[in-house]
Design a protein. Structure first.
Lengths: 359, 494
């Protein structure tokens, strides 16, 4: 098994401001960890340096007016929302991130690798057709999905496990039955959307599934959702590609969120997703990095765990250092799992009219 | 330590290269003219050193004896790994350093003592994840093991400076196996001359202290020596150097004077040590002729007192005069012609596949065989003067080459130069940090014996810096910088 690790040193360059949560420092420790683990030279990992996404690929999902705004703001500086300003040269960094997502998909479609992890910055899943939001400018996931469909794949299943609801990605595919969008996210939380009632519209009805989870949710609940919602759903939908919006802000050390997933939990989730892809679509899986702000704490171990699971490596030492144990105990909420089960039951009921697996 | 002294007079300009080979040691003294000599190894290295009666800078390539150590009776290396969180390594001990160089889990001294009691080897390799950011745990284990493994039989991975734990493990194991021999060689040569430099597989020179900490850089240096020598002697920078030795023929392509380098693989494991790569074929002047050309050596050619005919004898039978040509006549003319054809065919095919336009010949048999290879491939060839000691010339004209991996961390208040922490009181911008690193590597290279003019141009291989944010505000800054004095020919080569 070979995993493509799509990375460009320039992914480290983007910065809205020096002290923004989505800053250079964010991925620097991860890259150190990956280099130190020898994965840049590992026989199971193929490092691929991507190029920029073409404007044609980006225009398939974003409005020309928005792209023109980004182009202009990238010269002068600009403002989208209080979390998201446009620093000089932004468009070039955003096009490189989108290019990373596309290159990851091409590596899988062309048989260079069984699956691929695009370790890109800036992230994309809050970006909608006509605007950016929440640290995101171009929706790397949506651009990648339309790219693979352009290349002939029909059905794509998206699993967005970033702690924040992938509202931007959901918006692109809300009426589209060729793309099954599923999201596990903290709720109530930014951006406020992602309730179980949002299940799609028109021909896309039943093709969106939101799994809101309360603060304090940990590994047990994520495994439960994988096994009881995502796996049966995928088996009935039968995707040609599984795409993971791999946000890593559900880690218990993340300063912006309140979830309690561990590095081992991330590795287990990805192992499950890889197993599903093998079962359903010849292993085709593309993971794209989204959020994750536990810069010095969990992030290097999470990214490593995900990559190791994709490459089929031994996961038994994927963990955080012992010094974080107390933090995990403080963040975890044992009652969260009951809420997760209740929500999952409600979601299954909501989707039962459209899917036999939930009846 | 050999420091250049321009006031020492004419002799100080002499560059002396010594390549300790399998049976002979080649010496080359490069000054206004080049003088070379072969000394039999049967009389020991000190005997070869006594032949050098002039002052000057001595550089030694010890690749062949070191390769023999590696190929001979295996040295049992006990390995202690401190992998910490991350990818799994079997047999790892407790303890962890994180990506920032903080010790986040201590080692358990009792666990280490028990391992040392249970498993014993000839040498000890210690490697911890992120030890290049903080060597404390590796040093602690070395100190616990000291009674069982003295310094010359203990290697630690933090000296290697690269972020690549598996590569450092393989390199540290290789270093542990070689360290005692290199320590002995350094002592042996140092006893005769205090000013020796060692020649590396990447074509650069280092002082003995560096070689002892990372002996792997000395292995497999023959290709670099001949490439550098052939380039210096011929002045040709874009070519393929073809080195015809006793047991092998090696092809080393040069592009703009620089040979291709690869990470050394030892025992199937990739190291972090870069060395010049040659395409090597198991045929040379001593290759046995027995029903055809065989990739084996059974001693010298008949022409040099051996008992079996070789490729060298075949050349004599077809009209050359190498050694005692009359002794070669035991071989039939038909066999001789046939094995020369076989040799030329095989090597020409390899040369053609490289796509070179110019061959530069080195090694004793180059004038006899390279014209035939060039003619078959339709390429030009040059046999430079002193072709038979190009390897020793390459060693002589090489220059000191060092790399420096620096990690600046203003929050923790240290800078790690090649894994060793020093206090960091203030930290400037990226340009200032690169300047500090250039100055540091220049200072180290000159202390190691480099001529100041050789360290004027420092290559900057990597710069990455970022702010460390804690509690939504900037608390400190981190920067990684890698610089090097690249391998090459010293400006003092005439």
């Amino acid at each position: 098994m070979t995993t493509a690790l799509v990375f460009h040193p320039d992914f480290l360059l983007h910065e809205q401001s020096r002290d923004h949560p989505e800053r250079r420092e964010r991925l620097s420790y991860t890259i150190d960890q990956i280099r130190e683990e020898g994965l840049m030279h590992h026989p199971a990992v193929k490092v691929i340096i991507p190029g920029f996404a073409s404007m044609e690929a980006v225009s398939r999902v974003h409005h020309p007016e928005y792209l023109a705004f980004l182009e202009h703001a990238s010269r002068t500086g600009g403002f989208i929302d209080f979390d998201t300003n446009v620093p000089p040269n932004l468009l070039s960094h955003a096009l490189l991130a989108a290019g990373g997502a596309i290159r990851a998909a091409d590596a899988v479609l062309d048989g260079e690798a069984e699956n691929a992890f695009a370790l890109v910055r800036p992230p994309g899943h809050h970006a909608r057709p006509g605007t950016g939001a929440g640290f995101c400018y171009l929706n790397n996931m949506a651009i990648m999905v339309r790219h693979v469909q352009q290349r002939g794949l029909e059905k794509v299943m998206i699993l967005d496990w970033d702690a924040h609801h992938g509202d931007g990605t959901q918006a692109f595919f809300y009426e589209d039955p060729s793309v099954l969008f599923t999201s596990i996210h903290q709720s109530p939380f930014y951006p406020g959307s992602g309730s179980i009632d949002e299940t799609g519209y028109g021909p896309g009805t039943g093709y969106t599934a939101n799994m809101p989870v309360p603060a304090g949710t940990g590994d047990e609940s994520y495994t439960y959702l994988l096994e009881t919602i995502i796996e049966p759903f995928a088996r009935e939908f039968r995707p040609d590609l599984i795409a993971v919006s791999a946000g890593q802000d559900n880690h218990f050390t993340d300063p912006l969120t309140g979830l309690a997933l561990t590095a081992a939990g991330y590795a287990g989730l990805m192992k499950g997703a890889v197993g599903l892809a093998r079962e359903l679509c010849e292993g085709r899986l593309v993971a794209i990095l989204e959020g994750g702000y536990s810069v010095e704490g969990g992030l290097p171990y999470n990214n490593l765990g995900i990559l190791a699971a994709m490459a089929g490596l031994d996961l038994r030492s994927i963990r955080e250092p012992e010094v974080y144990r107390e933090w995990l105990i403080r963040v975890s909420d044992p009652s969260a799992h009951t809420r997760v089960r209740e929500n999952a039951h409600a979601l299954r009921t909501r989707l039962a009219p459209y899917w036999a697996c939930f009846r | 330590m050999g420091v250049w002294n321009p006031d020492q007079g004419g002799d100080a300009r002499m560059l002396i290269g010594m390549d300790v080979g399998g049976t002979n040691t080649d010496l080359a003294m490069v000054g206004e003219e080049i003088v070379s000599e072969k000394v039999s190894n049967t009389r020991g290295i000190r005997e070869a050193l006594l032949k050098i009666r002039i002052p000057g800078r001595l550089a030694v390539s010890t690749s062949t004896p070191l390769n023999r150590v590696l190929a001979g009776t295996p040295v049992t290396v006990q390995t202690i790994l401190v992998p910490g969180p991350g990818l799994f390594w079997p047999g790892g001990v407790k303890g962890a350093v994180n990506h920032c160089g903080d010790v986040v889990e201590p080692i358990d001294p009792q666990e280490i003592r028990e391992i040392l009691m249970r498993d014993r080897g000839d040498a000890l390799a210690i490697a911890g994840k992120f030890s290049v950011r903080n060597p404390a745990l590796e040093k602690e284990i070395a100190s616990l093991a000291h009674a069982q493994y003295p310094v010359e039989r203990t290697s630690m991975s933090y000296h290697l400076a690269d972020l690549d734990f598996p590569g450092r493990i393989a390199t540290t194991r290789l270093n542990a196996a070689m360290k005692e021999t290199v320590t002995w060689l350094a002592g042996e040569i140092g006893a005769e001359r205090g000013d020796v430099l060692f020649f590396k597989g990447d074509g650069g020179l280092i002082p003995p202290g560096y070689a002892v900490n990372n002996p792997s850089v000395l292995a497999h240096s023959s290709a670099a020596a001949v490439a550098l020598g052939a380039r210096y002697l011929s002045g040709i920078t874009d070519c393929t150097v073809i080195d015809i030795g006793g047991t092998t023929t090696d092809l080393v392509p040069l592009l703009r004077g620089v040979p291709r380098m690869e990470l050394l693989v030892h025992g199937g494991e990739r190291t972090v040590t870069r060395a010049v790569v040659a395409q090597s074929f198991p045929y040379g002047g001593d290759s046995l002729v027995e029903g055809g050309l065989l990739p084996r050596r059974l001693g010298d050619a008949l022409a040099f007192g051996g008992s079996h005919p070789t490729l060298t004898d075949a050349l004599n039978v077809t009209g050359e005069e190498i050694g005692d040509a009359a002794a070669s006549r035991r071989l039939s003319r038909e066999s001789a012609t046939s094995v020369i054809e076989t040799y030329l065919d095989r090597i020409s095919r390899a040369v053609s596949s490289i796509g070179t336009r110019h061959l530069v010949g080195a090694g004793y048999l180059a004038p006899f065989l390279v014209p035939g290879i060039a003619s078959r491939c339709g390429v030009r060839y040059t046999i430079p003067p002193h072709w038979d000691c190009a390897n020793a010339v390459g060693v002589a004209v090489s220059r000191v080459s060092l790399s420096l991996h620096a990690r600046f961390d203003s929050g923790r208040g240290w800078v790690a130069f090649n894994g060793e922490h020093q206090p960091l009181r203030s930290m400037g911008d990226d340009d200032a940090l690169v300047g500090i690193c250039k100055e540091e590597v220049q200072k180290r290279a000159i202390a190691a014996g480099a001529h100041p003019e050789d360290v004027r141009d420092i290559e900057v291989l990597h710069v990455h810096s970022y702010d460390v944010i804690r509690g939504a505000s900037r608390s400190s800054r981190i920067a990684d910088v890698v610089v090097q004095v690249a391998p090459g020919i010293t400006v003092k080569a005439p």
